[in-house]
Design a protein around this ligand. Structure first.
Ligand code: NCD
Length: 317
């Protein structure tokens, strides 16, 4: 989208349920707004009071460190009133249904809900229960759109135009919501995607995803501009040994090591976190200057500020 069209763009989304529902231009527009918020974060006082009159609830039914802190900090930096709900310490424990919980919360006049849940489709379900704007912070193994947006933002800091860029996503593909949102978004922006991992961690119907599939780490690293490693999602599988013989063997075959960085000097390493050091990445790789993992975290704040701003009715910052 040329600059002038970007200025005139009519962003027309009420929710962020997944990147599946966003057009390429919607994605470009969000990423463009995020640049402004990224600049705000570098100011001595990194605050913009654009959500001063908004109330937001963070509804987390599943564990989270980065995503939850990032949303909360983004909301506070923008002056919103924030309430946090954790399933572990709430009336969910007393048997209250999700629908009753959200209706009660909604009676408190909430403008936006950020939700993470282990069941795919929960954010979509909430749009039918309440009026508030819903933001998906991860629904089961389905989508994690703000993670993919921050990943694409980070890639664009290195490659402003992602068209034709070669992105490898390596690891537990079948249980990852991060990979699903990234595939959808990256393809919309014209990137070429290869997924790589053991056959037992590839989803069924992998050939319908519109990506290249590789079972060889070396050939994938030789090919790519960016290598994004994913954690083995143990919480979404039975015994790890049902999927592959051992974590040690997994690391041998699919872990990115310092030797790979020396052999292939050009690719950048990304990881959504949390990292399992010594499994998907050799520890020194995670700390090396080829990794942009902590940039991803900072960029996540800017991207979430942009999403919150646009879904609260802001047009452009
Ligand atoms: C990811 C998630 O929750 O899906 N993490 C995150 O949001 N930072 C990936 C993961 O848990 O491995």
């Amino acid at each position: 989208m040329p600059d002038q069209q970007l200025i005139d763009y009519n962003f027309n989304q009420k929710h962020l349920l997944g990147l599946f529902n966003y057009s390429a231009d919607d994605i470009r527009f969000v990423l463009e707004q995020a640049k402004t918020f990224r600049e705000v974060l570098d100011r001595p006082v990194p605050k913009v009071p654009t959500l001063r009159d908004k109330t937001i609830v963070n509804l987390f039914y599943e564990n989270s460190t980065r995503t939850r802190l990032s949303f909360e900090l983004a909301q506070k930096r923008m002056g919103a009133d924030v309430v946090n709900f954790s399933a572990g310490t709430s009336s969910t424990r007393k048997g209250e249904s999700l629908k009753d919980t959200i209706r009660n919360i909604s009676s408190m006049k909430i403008d936006m809900v950020v939700v993470r849940h282990e069941s795919p489709g929960v954010p979509h379900f909430l749009t039918r229960c309440v009026d508030a704007a819903i933001i998906n912070a991860g629904d089961g193994a389905h989508e994690h759109p703000t993670q993919a947006l921050l990943d694409m933002f980070t890639m664009q800091q290195i490659y402003p135009d992602l068209k034709g860029k070669k992105i490898a996503i390596i690891g537990d593909i079948s249980h990852s919501r991060v990979v699903r949102s990234n595939i959808v978004g990256l393809i919309k922006l014209g990137a070429e995607v290869t997924i790589c991992g053991p056959k037992s961690l590839m989803p069924a119907f992998v050939e319908t995803l519109g990506v290249n599939v590789s079972y060889h780490l070396e050939e994938t690293l030789a090919w790519c501009d960016v290598a994004m490693a994913l954690r083995i999602q143990m919480e979404r599988m039975g015994a790890v040994t049902d999927q592959f013989p051992s974590l040690r063997e997994y690391h041998e075959l699919f872990g990115i090591k310092m030797a790979h960085l020396e052999k292939y000097p050009d690719f950048t390493i990304m990881h959504p976190g949390p990292i399992n050091r010594g499994v998907e990445l050799e520890s020194d790789v995670a700390d090396s200057n080829r990794a942009v993992i902590l940039n991803q975290v900072t960029n996540g704040l800017a991207v979430r500020m942009a999403v919150l701003y646009l879904l609260s009715g802001g047009t452009r910052i």
